[in-house]
Design a protein around this ligand. Structure first.
Ligand SMILES: [Zn+2]
Length: 826
């Protein structure tokens, strides 16, 4: 049903969109939904949760203020499965209501005047389609999976479990009263005001006393233990399964320091009554429910920290950043969502930069850069646009660029202004622009236009010539970005039908020339010459005087201040010098890629081997090992062999990949040594992949051993499963099938074997459609939907459909068949 709402918004947008540019639509707040009241407070009472029927009882008392005279009907969002049993106003008078799809209309006893306060209570029998608003999890006999319920509101799903105004533009305060089985905990937003056990039940009351958005209302019901921590006087609590309690402190205890750092950077002390982080099963990652973040379960064990788990590196600091960006100041509508997600993705890099140094920040943003390039290749979209595909990585990169441009004092003063001006409120992109203008006095209209309201990034094509008589270096700088295909109405070559062209027909543009200041650094025997250059034309010439001797390197955009791609043909000697001397990780990675393409050039191989062994940051050593692969064995082997003793697990894993490409008995011996002896899960997983390639006679033994090897997030087992799929080794069909349950991936490997012709694999997979474990039934169906050729999947599902005994599974299979029949596909 949420899809229908979004489709409606898009079709409404289509008409005026033809006349307005993206920037105009954003500036005019085109995407914010209208309503005629101000939601003030809701008291949400829920109880009688039933896991079999995914039902519960609810009662919601709503306080709102009329925003038009004569308000005689109040429209709230309310899921069609919520069955109202009584609707009354404050005096107990029953109120007339009407239902239309996922809305309810409440008619007050008398029309309200402008500014009047209205209070009414809706009592209902609640039921959800599992996963819409609430997800009920059953144990299913699986390990590490207590029975539980979690909510997920963003973006329009909270109205599936309680009636509300389900759009971010109107904030409220709330109280949530949950009655749950006595052995369970119920975690929600704000302050815990009471916790009473009566007989078999326990009732917890949470009060969110500062306004926030309705999509951030949260409830988790599960048997959890609380591990208490604190930042100053603010409780910081970690709610985890009892069996995870020994792992929780090491993972989460970084939180108070992160809270402190974010408070200092933004100048806004952590604004909420407490901060809870609660782990649940089958979650997609994390959700920044105000003061009560929900997170995926699966906590790293001690050994996993060698592999820098994503959980601590990105997930915890990302969700925490939302407490300021998203929850304290919230996007007014989904078209400005980058204000939430861009900042949340930007802030962890700031934290790691302060804690671990500049390289850690560059490392963090290098990953954002890779993600952004992969997205933009498919479809360039502006950061600020409805449905933008790049709000996380491009948001992080553009904010980092703005921080570089303004310098930290002016940048953080701007952010402080933005947060202060919209505290407990909502904001548009233009509000951020205005805050920067007010805090710095500098009009950056050009920055917002090119980096936020338009699509793409500068694609530089640079050529250098040195004039030894004039002692000058001349750079020809072209910007070659495609300005035509960013227009969302124009299909791009190779663009999949599913993403082209924009149904809203908003015209996106890419600047023909981005304007930015940058620095060129020229190395010479007598020292470096640097020059600040203003870039701003499709093609321009830059002359750098006082270059007294022939350059030893030329760094275009020293320090990587501009989000860009760069094509610059340089002599190998320049690149090698840059790789050795340049402190910036993006610059080094760029030089490594150039060198890596010169596989016939022994100087290039030597430079890469040197970096692989001696660079001062592990990511550079990893990048160099990756690019060494195509070089002769004499260049690769010593570097890769030495790298197996590196202190960084990521480097050792990259060395194994390089050895696997190289081949040979010596490489196999080294890989076997890593498999037998390395302490890192990721390195041992890489050793499995390498050994399968290097020693085909021993491959099955290694796979068998790896399938049984426990590791964090099954890294080693997954390497074995991947090897089975890649080798299409049907000897393992039975072994893979036996892993299904504890392993979700095994389902998809079975599907991969089936897709390549194993009828036995398909038979086993089909049997899981109707097995006792609800979660596994769902995974099996997903495998049919997404991992098999459509004709094969349809044939098998049709054959299975009638015999399925579990009602939910039968309905799901029938729905899937209908969907697959309706959409022409692979
Ligand atoms: Zn986020």
């Amino acid at each position: 049903m949420r899809k229908i709402q979004v489709a409606l918004l898009l079709s409404l947008a289509a008409v005026p969109a033809l006349a307005q540019s993206n920037a105009e639509l954003m500036a005019n707040d085109h995407y914010t939904r209208s309503h005629d009241y101000d939601l003030v407070h809701q008291r949400i009472v829920v109880s009688d949760f039933d896991w079999d029927s995914t039902s519960f009882r609810g009662s919601v008392t709503t306080t709102l203020i009329a925003l038009r005279p004569g308000l005689d009907s109040i429209v709230l969002d309310e899921g069609a499965l919520l069955e109202n049993t009584a609707v009354e106003d404050r005096s107990g008078t029953a109120l007339r209501t009407a239902r239309h799809g996922d809305t309810v209309v409440v008619f007050p006893a008398a029309p309200a005047r402008f500014g009047d306060t209205l209070v009414f209570t809706i009592a209902y029998r609640g039921r959800v389609k599992n996963g819409n608003g609430l997800t009920y999890i059953t144990t299913d006999g699986l390990p590490h999976r207590p029975r539980q319920i979690w909510s997920q509101g963003e973006d329009h799903d909270n109205h599936y479990w309680f009636p509300t105004f389900d759009f971010p533009s109107d904030k409220m305060t709330w109280e949530l009263v949950a009655t749950v089985p006595r052995e369970d905990m119920a975690v929600s937003n704000g302050r815990l005001v009471s916790d009473v056990t009566r007989g078999a039940t326990r009732t917890l009351t949470w009060r969110q006393e500062q306004p926030s958005a309705t999509y951030l209302v949260s409830l988790v019901v599960a048997p959890l233990v609380k591990i208490h921590d604190a930042w100053k006087a603010v409780p910081v609590d970690y709610y985890v399964y009892r069996e995870d309690s020994a792992k929780a402190w090491r993972l989460f205890h970084v939180t108070p320091d992160m809270i402190n750092t974010y408070s200092v950077l933004t100048g806004v002390p952590y604004p909420w009554a407490k901060y809870a982080q609660t782990t649940v099963a089958d979650f997609f990652g994390g959700m920044e429910n105000v003061s009560a973040t929900t997170l995926i379960d699966g906590l790293p064990d001690d050994r996993a920290y060698q592999d820098r788990p994503w959980y601590g590196w990105l997930l915890i600091p990302h969700e925490l950043a939302h407490m300021w960006f998203g929850d304290y100041v919230t996007t007014v509508n989904w078209a400005n969502l980058w204000l939430n997600e861009g900042f949340a993705e930007f802030m962890p890099g700031q934290y790691w930069g302060r804690k671990l140094g500049a390289h850690a920040a560059q490392d963090y943003y290098a990953d954002e850069y890779r993600q952004y390039m992969n997205i933009d290749r498919r479809r360039p979209m502006p950061l600020a646009s409805l449905g933008s595909n790049n709000i996380y990585p491009k948001g992080a990169l553009v904010l980092e660029m703005l921080r570089d441009y303004l310098g930290p004092e002016r940048f953080w003063a701007s952010i402080h202004r933005y947060l202060g001006d919209h505290a407990f409120g909502v904001a548009t992109t233009d509000d951020l622009r205005q805050a920067v203008l007010e805090a710095t006095g500098e009009n950056l209209d050009w920055f917002w236009s090119e980096w936020v309201y338009q699509a793409g990034y500068p694609q530089f094509d640079v050529a250098a010539t040195y004039d030894s008589t004039q002692h000058a270096l001349t750079l020809t700088v072209k910007q070659t970005q495609d300005t035509l295909h960013a227009d969302s109405t124009t299909p791009r070559p190779g663009m999949p039908a599913s993403v082209s062209p924009d149904s809203a027909r908003v015209r996106f543009t890419t600047p023909a020339a981005f304007r930015m200041p940058l620095v060129v650094r020229v190395g010479t025997a007598a020292g470096d010459v640097t020059q600040r250059v203003q870039i701003g034309a499709r093609e321009q010439t830059v002359t750098i005087p006082n270059v007294q001797s022939a350059p030893t390197m030329v760094v275009f955009d020293d320090g990587n201040r501009v989000l860009k791609s760069l094509h610059f043909e340089e002599p190998t000697a320049w690149l090698a010098t840059q790789l050795r001397r340049d402190d910036d990780l993006w610059d080094r990675a760029w030089a490594i890629r150039q060198l890596g393409a010169r596989t016939g050039d022994s100087a290039a191989g030597a430079a890469l081997a040197d970096a692989a062994m001696h660079a001062d940051y592990f990511l550079t050593r990893v990048d160099a090992l990756r690019m060494l692969g195509g070089f002769p064995a004499a260049a690769v082997f010593p570097a890769a062999a030495a790298a197996l003793a590196d202190t960084s697990a990521a480097v050792r894993a990259a060395a194994l990949a390089a050895l696997a490409r190289l081949g040979g008995a010596q490489a196999a011996t080294l890989a076997r040594g890593a498999w037998n002896n390395d302490s890192s899960y990721d390195v041992r997983a890489a050793a499995v992949s390498a050994l399968v390639e290097l020693d085909s006679a021993g491959a099955r033994d290694v796979i068998t051993a790896a399938l049984a090897e426990p590791s964090y997030q099954d890294a080693i087992q997954n390497a074995a499963l991947q090897a089975i799929a890649l080798r299409n080794d049907t000897a393992f069909v039975g072994a893979v099938d036996r892993l299904i349950g504890p392993s979700r991936n095994a389902v998809f490997v079975l599907a991969a074997l089936g897709a390549r012709g194993s009828a036995h694999a398909l038979d086993l997979l089909a049997a899981h459609l109707d097995e006792p474990r609800r979660a596994v039934r769902g995974w099996a169906l997903q495998a049919f939907q997404f991992s098999l050729p459509r004709p094969v999947a349809l044939e098998r599902l049709r054959a299975a459909a009638n015999g399925i005994t579990h009602a939910d599974a039968k309905t799901a299979v029938q729905d899937a068949i209908r969907e697959m029949e309706a959409v022409p596909g692979r």
